[in-house]
Design a binder for this molecule. Structure first.
Ligand code: GAR
Length: 209
């Protein structure tokens, strides 16, 4: 059984999708051992507590240097013997130190079809605002490994979602979550925990049954 840590900053609907998948025995090779929030008032913390998962708050501003923050994060992850980190709407930048420590063991969900609408500054509603401003007819979500390039790591799963005339960033965000993120993220975590994802020459490959 792999120990999973889910890192959150907000509402935690993706965390909820993972909790639901775990309760439905869809993540057979792993279990959520820890939720870390970058905000004290994140609703995701309540979801974790309700699900009986240990929840910790780690504030970047609580540390005077990146190095001290990294050490605190790594020791927290070590204390819970974490094998896989899932970024589910985590809005604090993960440094190269942590990325190298967990190479190809950090999964992120991004609310667009990478390489569109991604990279620095593209997070949350801003992604959907940019998609609507460009007038794309299809957007979606991507689950990928985290490497040193922002939103540039190996792509694990993607799903397209239609943009509908009259969409606002909020309605589009909701559709992308419902139709893509909440399905893709638990699926990718389950595949990882079953040892079915490998990275070959910088490309994520999923083993078929
Ligand atoms: C999700 O849409 C997630 O894809 C996005 O933040 C939202 C978090 O919602 N992440 C990013 O934009 C990362 N670049 P949630 O707290 O309800 O899961």
């Amino acid at each position: 059984m792999l120990n999973i840590a889910v890192l959150v900053s907000g509402g935690g609907t993706n965390l909820q999708a993972l909790i639901d998948a775990q309760n439905n025995a869809e993540i057979s090779g792993g279990k959520m051992a820890l939720v870390i929030s970058s905000k004290t008032d994140a609703f995701a913390l309540e979801r974790a507590t309700k699900a009986g998962i240990a929840a910790e708050v780690l504030l970047r501003k609580g540390f005077s240097s990146q190095q001290e923050y990294d050490e605190a994060l790594l020791s927290l992850l070590a204390r819970y013997r974490i094998d896989l980190i899932v970024l589910a709407g985590f809005m604090t930048i993960i440094s190269n130190t942590v990325i190298q420590h967990y190479e190809n063991r950090i999964i992120n969900v991004h609310p667009a079809l990478i390489p569109s609408f991604c990279g620095e500054g593209f997070y949350g509603l801003r992604v959907h605002e940019a998609a609507l401003a460009k007038g794309v007819k299809v957007t979606g979500a991507t689950v990928h490994f985290v490497n040193e390039i922002c939103d540039g790591g190996p792509i694990i799963l993607q799903k397209a979602v239609e943009v509908i005339r009259g969409d606002t960033p909020e309605t589009l965000q909701r559709r992308v979550m419902e139709q893509a993120e909440w399905k893709l993220l638990p699926k990718a975590v389950a595949l990882f925990c079953e040892g079915k994802i490998s990275v070959e020459n910088g490309i994520a490959v999923i083993k078929e049954d």
